[in-house]
Design a protein around this ligand. Sequence first.
Ligand code: B12
Length: 252
Amino acid sequence: MTGKTIIRPYGDTTGDGMVQLSFTLPIPLDKRAEGAAVQLAAKMGVDPAMVVHAKQMGTGYTFFVVYGRVHHLVDLSAVQVIERDFPLLTAKEVNALIRQQLRRKLVVVGACIGTDAHTVGIDAILNLKGIAGEKGLEYYRELRVLNLGAQMPVPDLVERARAEKADAVLVSQVVTQRDAHLHNVREMAAAFREAIPADRRPLLIAGGPRFDELAADELGVDRIFGRGTTPREVASYLVYALVTARAARRAA
Ligand code: B12
């Protein structure tokens, strides 16, 4: 792939354009339902499209997997993503930088907000046991971590963050039905802006598997972390945003 900026999907032979997609239609499984799935895939640009799996889900719904060719090309030079723009530190380095430059513990408050009760993601980042072989933020000696758990109302979160003098607030949103994750994060960011003056406002971080990491500004937060985030990345970002970048600004 070196040097190539235009690529196509690959199924059987290089560049053949083959993709696989899955979806559910609100009709029972029969020949007509399979025809409907092919029609939908064709309208999405999959041509020819082949139903390779169809399974009725309860009464009146069918789950499909369709395999077929698309003619679209991907221009890698036009791809936009958030690249990590801070160094990835070890726990030892994180602790040392906080100790040397801040000379106090960094306070982190985390929660799931709104009606969201999916705590596994935020627990993976905060709790000692962590994820993917990495310990969570509770393991870092120079971080004081308060995990407020599930369904935390925004006003309570703001109050707690203020009372604890939080340096950073981490919120998790996993349920995305009717864009609840976007509404909740916007509401949270607005509440912090209203309640706490800019120079004392904690760093606001949102996370969850279906966020667009490019949407931080639009949602009013400082950073978004998506699917597969590890605690070390978050700890490194906290140090970058709250300790080293701040120190560099002061020195300039
Ligand atoms: C476990 C689970 C549950 C458990 C949650 C238990 C708990 N204590 O968390 C229970 C059974 C309670 C549950 C309930 C529901 N669930 Co559920 N659940 C799941 C499931 C299977 C796994 C989620 C999970 O734990 N992932 C593992 C963690 C580690 O991954 P993660 O959350 O992505 O977190 C990582 C990153 O995203 C990131 N991250 C996440 N948060 C944050 C925050 C910060 C600050 C940072 C930095 C990073 C970060 O770091 C983490 C580590 O890498 C998913 C399906 C799936 N396979 O994803 C459905 C799923 C999320 N659930 C779903 C639904 C619909 C529900 C219910 C509404 C079902 C119902 N009708 O009752 C309820 C809602 C309950 C509620 N009020 O929230 C849907 C959501 C669909 C949507 N579009 O929103 C899913 C996708 C299933 C599906 N395909 O339909 N659920």
